[in-house]
Every structure is written in structure tokens, then in C-alpha cells.
Design a protein around this ligand. Structure first.
Ligand code: NAP
Length: 233
């Protein structure tokens, strides 16, 4: 356990992040998960039986000092950092022409600046381990949808992944963009119902995240777009 790899996952208390955390713990990694809701993190840890290799850290990915604190706490507790997963994110589920701007600042800070803050805070530790950065983008970051500001935040993540890769690859650090289509998670709670059609499970996305993270040294999986069958765009 003492030398096992360490991952830090933002927004790891539910949905895709929680599925990645569970699968990595099962594979023998040590895992730190962050989130704003203390109770959500506590419930997640309880559900897993409070495993020794799990660390929960309350904090927002939209605040740089809280992101650096999460990285420092992980390093202090586990002694190394091999992977960061910039997963925290949400949608206001409205449109730029008709929606409520009050929700947009937090969404843009969380979805766009959050991953950039995480990369900045973690890169020195990742250089030491020749580790990996995983960004959770979206199909909405590849396909324009009418009025979708959330989608624009994910287009930014598509660009951030490649721009980051081009800088950090010479330091031996890998960058993977995982772009899911529709997945059944609390992401849709605000909407009051799930979108129509077949949805993926969080574990089906986590399978690809873990596959990318566990590639042999020297192999860098860059972009994975995963839709449920039947999702046309
Ligand atoms: N579900 C889908 O269909 C879908 C499709 C494509 C992409 N995605 C992306 O997948 C990622 C994970 O979403 P999900 O589907 O797993 O939904 P989710 O279950 O709602 O997960 C999002 C997590 O992020 C946390 N979070 C939100 N804002 C945060 C902040 N500022 N700082 C730290 N943590 C924060 C939330 O916890 P707290 O509220 O307690 O902080 C929550 O645990 C997101 O980036 C989302 O955009 C989802």
C-alpha cells in the first residue's frame, strides 16, 4: 500500500468521479476525492466502508487556494501524486439567449478554471512521478448545441487538454481527455428528469478513465469520446 499509486479526483463524491475512485481503490491505488459538500463525501466514504486508501477533502475546485490545499493534503497524507482527474463540473441546463446569468459564473469557474487550477497546483508533483492528467470533458465539447454555454465550457476543456499535453509531454506527464455523452448521474438532478434515450452508467465511463490511467509507462491515451448507442450528437 505504501508505494501504491495515488490519484486525486475533483468532484469524486458522486457520479463519474465516485465510480473512478471506486475502481481505482479496487485496483490497489490510493485515492483522494474532493467536493464542496462534506456530507456527500462522508456518505461516499461510509458506503465504501471507510477504506484506508481513501482520503476525502472538502473544497471547491473553483478556488485556487482550495485546490492547492487539496494537492498539499494529498501529498502530506500519501507522499506522492501520480494522477489528477479534473472531473468536478456541472451544467446550468439553460441557454445563453434565455437562461439565468446568475448561475453562469460558478459554472464557468468550476468547469474551465477548476481544471486549469488543478493542473497548475499538481504539475510539479506529477513531474516527479511522470504522472497523468485526466480531464473530463464532454461530447458537448466537440459538437455545438444551440445556446449551450455549458457546452462552451467543455469546448474550452477540449482545448485545454491538447494545449496542456503539448506543454507537459516533454516532462513525461500524460494528458487524457475523456468526453462522455449522456451518463446517468446526479448531473441531471437540477433538470428534474433524465434526458430521453439510452444512457451510459458512471462505471462505463470510469472503465475508460481507469484504462487510460493504467497504460504502461510511455503510452499516453489522448482523447476518448464515448456515447451511448442512440445518441446522435
Ligand atoms: N452525466 C453526464 O451526462 C455527463 C456528460 C458529459 C460530461 N459530464 C461531466 O462529467 C463530470 C462529472 O459529472 P457527473 O455526471 O458525475 O455528475 P455529478 O454526480 O453531479 O458529479 C459532479 C461532482 O462534482 C462536484 N462539484 C461540483 N462543483 C464543484 C466544485 N466547484 N468543486 C468541487 N467539486 C464540485 C459535485 O459535488 P458537490 O456539489 O458536493 O461539490 C459532484 O460530486 C462533470 O464535469 C460533467 O460536466 C457529465
Amino acid at each position: 500500500m505504501i508505494d501504491s499509486p495515488v490519484a486525486l479526483i475533483t468532484g469524486g463524491g458522486s457520479g463519474i468521479g465516485a465510480a473512478v475512485a471506486r475502481q481505482l481503490l479496487d485496483a490497489g491505488h490510493r485515492v483522494a476525492v474532493t467536493g464542496r459538500g462534506e456530507q456527500r463525501l462522508r456518505d461516499f466514504a461510509t458506503e465504501l466502508g471507510n477504506p484506508e486508501g481513501l482520503l476525502t477533502i472538502v473544497g471547491s475546485t473553483a478556488e485556487y487556494d482550495q485546490v492547492t490545499a487539496a494537492v498539499e493534503t494529498t501529498l502530506k497524507e500519501f507522499g506522492r501524486l501520480d494522477t489528477v482527474v479534473a472531473n468536478a463540473g456541472f451544467a446550468t441546463h439553460d441557454t445563453v439567449a434565455e437562461g439565468d446569468p446568475a448561475g453562469w459564473t460558478e459554472m464557468v469557474l468550476t468547469n474551465v478554471l477548476g481544471p486549469a487550477f488543478l493542473i497548475r497546483a499538481a504539475v510539479d508533483a506529477l513531474k516527479e512521478t511522470r504522472g497523468r492528467i485526466v480531464l473530463v470533458g464532454s461530447v458537448a465539447g466537440f459538437v455545438p448545441t444551440p445556446g449551450n454555454l455549458y457546452g462552451a465550457t467543455k469546448w474550452a476543456i477540449t482545448a485545454l487538454a491538447e494545449n496542456t499535453r503539448r506543454q507537459v509531454t516533454e516532462w513525461g506527464v500524460g494528458v487524457t481527455l475523456i468526453a462522455p455523452g449522456r451518463v446517468e448521474t446526479p448531473f441531471w438532478d437540477e433538470l428534474g428528469s433524465l434526458p430521453p434515450g439510452h444512457l451510459l452508467t458512471a462505471d462505463q465511463i470510469a472503465d475508460s478513465v481507469v484504462w487510460a490511467i493504467r497504460q504502461p509507462e510511455g503510452v499516453d491515451v489522448n482523447t476518448v469520446v464515448i456515447r451511448p448507442i442512440g445518441q446522435p450528437n
